[in-house]
Design a protein. Structure first.
Length: 660
């Protein structure tokens, strides 16, 4: 018999449908891993110790649905081995697939009921009569034609034992799945018809562009482009943008995701009734000068764009308007809509536009997510997401993010092609919350480090740290770095020494360090300095108005007790950085410095004034007088001791006064 090929999406919920005795369990064992299959019989056994206990069916299916939900949430293909012959029994599983945005698949084993009954007769654990099988077969046949209407995307009906035996199953990745593509990539934000800027940016990125019909594009280092959607509308050269992007995608040099403007243009060119607004009129007018063949090619191209892509083993995702963590790599109408339009609060702002919900603030995924859609003055990182739409068509910049380098490359817009309805950056709330999400810091955590092993943080340690940090630390948005401490050398083996350089040199020698620099020790205080070029730069980067920055200790506490002193120190340091040209050299508006602030008294003036100075003042006044009185009384030896103490008190006072 001819082999029957069933192609399953990598992430799907597969329902095996058939009467008792149709061979569902045997089929599952042949084609799927044991861990992929959830059997209703097995779940009955879990809750009742008897796989045939029909009274346990309700509880068994609660267990089955729970396990299936956990697997789907984890992105695992899941197979349900149950009769599933009635629409009501399938509905909860179809709903489960929809909740997890996975594809429901039906594989129907529609064997003659006589065959099913004969098989049951040969099994000692099946004591029901043929009426049960007859009823199941009738229920199945009545609902066969309606399986697609119920929501199944893929339906395969196998009507004979031979057909079942001839099945071969292959798995296919979902359309967004480009995990085998590892890069390097250059991801470009919303182009909106700005061909000249796109061309200039590609040249800046090192791409070689030849010809025009077609464009021949390549990168000497094998890099490829990813376009984040909204190629069209508002700008002056939408057809040329489409031409070069289509040529690059067809030649494998680029990937492109769907944007809301691209979707609307496709509908308009296809004759659908759409509202002509937000730059669509310009695109239609420009395309009217192109050939019908070109416009048809554009429609086919736009129709083939998908919501998002996942690259590099799941480390990178790109969509037009962003994605929630559990949407990545999946497909559904809801995900497609979110990827094109983002999420709104349901409110309308003073410009008549929807107020966007800041989904990135809630994002906690390990995948780096790059998106555009909402123009911002500068690219912003937030929770491993970055918005690279910098409003080129509105006179801003066209931005590219290099991956995996995470470098930003930009070109300025040649002019303002379109005035924005809402000012760029208006109402941004990317960093408007000063609250820590407690779920980010509680419970057992494993921190992956780049240079060493993973570090396990136990729940009790996390809670203790949270208590200290929440009560005493500076604003958490400023805590970009907590420095490590250097361990002391081993206890010296030399008599009379607690520590000695010999042990320190030996430590470096054992770790392969052949040269060290010995520096005079100056008494200072360890400090982390977060410094901005100006107050606006700090607010832009950290989302908090805190002057020129802050200074904190290695435990996150404010270094200076006085705000005025802190800002005076930062102002002096900012002037030094400016004079040194460091802002320009590093191409940055802010710095984080792991430093030793000298002298140590900069932090300890209160200690000097309240503890050291009173002792010194008392000793230098009292001890000389005591020595003189003892000498007059003929207590020569005691007077000499008192004089020596007075000299030591003077040396003590001179030592600390150097820091006053």
């Amino acid at each position: 018999m001819t082999q029957t090929l069933i192609t399953l999406p990598d992430l799907s919920l597969v329902l095996l449908i058939g009467a008792s005795g149709s061979g569902k369990s045997s089929f599952a064992r042949k084609h799927f891993l044991p861990t992929e299959v959830i059997s209703s019989d097995y779940c009955r056994g879990l809750v009742s110790d008897d796989e045939n206990d029909q009274a346990a069916t309700k509880d068994a299916f609660e267990v089955l649905n729970f396990i299936a939900g956990k697997r789907l949430a984890a992105g695992r293909l899941t197979v349900v081995d149950a009769t599933n012959v009635q629409p009501e029994s399938r509905k909860s599983l179809i709903d489960l697939a929809r909740r997890h945005h996975v594809i429901p698949v039906a594989i129907v084993l529609n064997l003659p009921r006589e065959v099913c009954h004969a098989r049951n007769q040969s099994r000692t654990d099946r004591d029901f009569g043929k009426g049960v099988v007859w009823g199941q077969s009738d229920s199945l046949r009545r609902s066969l034609k309606g399986l697609r209407k119920e929501g199944f995307s893929h339906v395969t009906v196998l009507d004979s034992v031979e057909a079942i035996d001839a099945v071969r199953i292959e798995r296919a990745p979902l359309w967004p799945d480009k995990k085998v593509e590892t890069g390097p990539f250059d991801i470009i934000g919303d182009v909106h018809g700005c061909f000249d800027e796109l061309h200039a940016l590609m040249l800046t990125l090192g791409y070689v562009i030849e010809g025009r019909e077609p464009y021949r594009v390549h990168h000497p280092e094998g890099r490829r482009l990813i376009l984040a959607g909204d190629l069209v509308d508002r700008g002056p050269k939408t057809p040329e943008v489409l031409r070069i992007v289509m040529d690059m995608v067809e030649s494998g040099v680029a990937f492109c995701v769907n944007g809301n403007h691209d979707e609307k243009l496709k509908k308009a060119l296809s004759g659908r009734d759409v509202k002509i607004a937000h730059g669509l009129a310009e695109s239609l007018e420009q395309l009217s000068h192109e050939t019908p063949e070109f416009r048809s090619r554009v429609v086919d191209f736009l129709d083939g764009l998908i919501s998002h892509y996942v690259f590099d083993g799941g480390r990178l995702a790109v969509s037009h308007a962003g994605l929630k963590e559990h949407y990545i790599g999946r497909g559904s109408p809801r995900i497609r809509s979110f990827a094109m339009f983002g999420e709104t609060t349901g409110e309308i702002d003073e410009f008549g536009l929807p107020v966007r919900y800041n989904w990135a603030r809630d994002y906690r995924g390990s995948t780096m997510l790059v998106y555009g859609h909402t123009p911002v003055p500068e690219p912003e990182w937030l929770n491993r997401t970055i918005n690279i739409d910098t409003g080129c068509v509105f006179g801003g910049k066209l931005t590219a993010l290099r991956y995996p380098e995470k470098e930003i490359v930009q070109v300025d817009a040649a002019q303002v092609y379109c005035e924005p309805v809402r000012p760029i950056g208006h109402g941004r709330d990317a960093r408007d919350s000063d609250m820590i999400d407690i779920e980010d810091v509680t419970g057992k955590r494993v921190v992956e480090t780049a240079l060493s092993r993973n570090i396990v943080i136990r729940d009790e340690n996390a809670m203790a740290a949270l208590e200290v940090m929440s009560r005493f630390a500076v604003d958490p948005r400023l805590l970009v770095y907590l420095p490590p401490t250097m361990s002391p050398p081993e206890t010296s083996k030399l008599d009379g020494w607690l520590e000695h350089p010999i042990e320190a040199f030996e430590y470096y020698r054992q770790n392969g360090v052949t040269q060290v620099i010995a520096q005079e020790k100056h008494m200072g205080s360890r400090a982390v300095v977060v410094l901005g070029r100006d107050a606006a730069a700090v607010e832009q980067r950290f989302g908090i108005a805190t002057g020129l920055g802050t200074v904190y200790t290695r435990t996150g506490r404010a270094f200076f007790n006085e705000r005025v002193l802190e800002q005076a120190f930062l102002s002096r340091l900012a002037d030094a950085v400016t004079k040194a040209g460091l802002w320009e050299e590093l191409a940055t508006d802010w710095l984080c410095l792991d430093a030793e602030i000298l002298p140590w008294s900069a932090k300890a003036m209160a200690l000097l004034e309240q503890q050291y100075a009173p002792v010194g003042a008392a000793a230098t006044h009292v001890l000389p007088i005591a020595a003189e009185l003892l000498a007059r009384a003929g207590q020569t030896e005691l007077a000499a001791k008192m004089t020596a103490r007075a000299q030591m008190a003077g040396a003590y006072r001179a030592a600390y006064r150097r820091y006053c």
